[in-house]
Design a protein around this ligand. Structure first.
Ligand SMILES: [Zn+2]
Length: 310
C-alpha cells in the first residue's frame, strides 16, 4: 500500500514536471525532431499540417501569439445555436473552455431579434501554434473570431460556408459604425465582454465609441472592449488563461477605466491622421526579414504536442 502510494506520488511529480514543460526532450524525441527537420522548419508549416489534436488532457502552453494547445477540442461544425465557417481551414479547434464559452455566447445570440445564433470564424488549429495565413495570435486555443453577420440560417452547407461573406459594420475607415451595425451587435458584444472568462474583445474603434456614448448602466465591461484596426467583419474574443493552467502565459490586463477616451483618440486619428514622424536622420538600416517563429521560440512542450500529433 505504502509502495503504491509512493509510486502514485512519483507519477504525479513526473506528470507535473511534464505539464510544466520542464522535462527535457528524451534522446528518442530529439532524434525524431532532427530526422524530420522539425528544428529547421518554420513552426507555421509544422502546425499548419496537423489534421487533428492528439488525445491528451487539455493544456494551454505559452501565450496567445507564441504558444500552442494540447488536447484541443473541435467545435461541432453545426450546433443548436452556431455554425463553424470556412471548414476547409480546419481552424475550429480550441481549449474546451473556449468551446464552452462559444456555446454559451451563441445561446445568448439566439435570443436576439434576427439572430438564430453565431457564425464562428477562425479559432485555432488542432494543435494551435502559428498559422500559415493570417493571425498573429489564435495560437493557444483561447482566441476566436465571431462574424458580424447575424446567423439567420443554421443549415448552411459546407460549400455555402466557404463562399458566404460576413458584413462590414463600419464606415469612415472604422471611425464610425455603418448601416449594418445594429443594437443587437451592441448587446452581443456587451454579453461577450461581461463574461468573466473573457480577457479582451477586439473591435474597430467606431463600435467602441458608439457603445461608450450609449451605455447608461454598468460600464465596467467596456474596459474589456479594445479598439483595433480591422475587426469590422468580425470581432475577436480572447479568453483568460483557464484556472490552474500554469503553462499558460497571460497578457497584462487592459488599463483601468472604461477606455473610452482611448477609443475616441483612435477615432480622431482615423479622421485626422497625425503627421508622419520626421524622417530618421540616421542612415537607413535594412528592414529585418519577417520574424519567423521556429519551434525553439515556443515552449518545449509544444514540440511534444507536435510529435504526438504527427
Ligand atoms: Zn482574431
Amino acid at each position: 500500500m505504502m509502495l503504491r502510494a509512493a509510486c502514485l506520488c512519483l507519477l504525479a511529480l513526473l506528470l507535473a514536471a511534464c505539464a510544466s514543460g520542464e522535462a527535457p526532450l528524451t534522446e528518442e524525441e530529439r532524434q525524431l525532431v532532427t530526422a524530420s527537420h522539425m528544428d529547421e522548419t518554420p513552426a507555421r508549416r509544422l502546425f499548419g499540417r496537423v489534421r487533428a489534436a492528439a488525445p491528451a488532457s487539455p493544456a494551454v502552453l505559452g501565450g496567445y501569439s507564441r504558444g500552442c494547445v494540447q488536447g484541443a477540442a473541435q467545435l461541432a461544425e453545426t450546433g443548436p445555436t452556431w455554425q463553424a465557417m470556412r471548414l476547409s481551414r480546419n481552424r475550429n479547434w480550441g481549449h474546451p473552455e473556449l468551446l464552452d464559452y462559444l456555446r454559451d455566447l451563441s445561446a445568448f445570440a439566439a435570443t436576439l431579434p434576427g439572430w438564430d445564433g453565431l457564425y464562428v470564424g477562425d479559432m485555432a488549429q488542432p494543435a494551435g501554434g502559428p498559422m500559415l495565413t493570417g493571425h498573429v495570435s489564435h495560437q493557444s486555443g483561447l482566441d476566436a473570431d465571431i462574424w458580424m453577420l447575424p446567423a439567420s440560417d443554421l443549415g448552411l452547407t459546407r460549400q455555402a460556408r466557404e463562399s458566404l461573406s460576413s458584413i462590414s459594420t463600419r464606415r469612415a475607415g472604422g471611425a464610425f459604425v455603418g448601416d449594418n451595425w445594429t443594437e443587437q451587435h451592441w448587446h452581443l458584444l456587451r454579453a461577450a465582454a461581461r463574461d468573466p472568462r473573457v480577457a479582451r474583445i477586439f473591435v474597430f474603434p467606431g463600435a467602441k465609441v458608439w457603445m461608450c456614448d450609449r451605455e447608461t448602466g454598468d460600464r465596467s465591461y467596456l474596459r474589456n472592449i479594445r479598439p483595433l484596426h480591422g475587426h469590422h467583419y468580425h470581432f475577436h474574443v480572447r479568453l483568460h488563461c483557464p484556472p490552474g493552467e500554469r503553462d499558460c502565459v497571460a497578457q497584462d490586463p487592459p488599463p483601468p477605466g472604461d477606455g473610452c477616451e482611448e477609443a475616441r483618440q483612435w477615432q480622431r486619428n482615423i479622421l485626422n491622421p497625425p503627421p508622419p514622424p520626421p524622417p530618421d536622420p540616421a542612415p537607413a538600416r535594412p528592414t529585418p526579414a519577417r520574424g519567423e517563429i521556429m519551434l525553439n521560440d515556443l515552449p518545449l512542450q509544444c514540440t511534444r504536442v507536435l510529435l504526438r500529433s504527427r
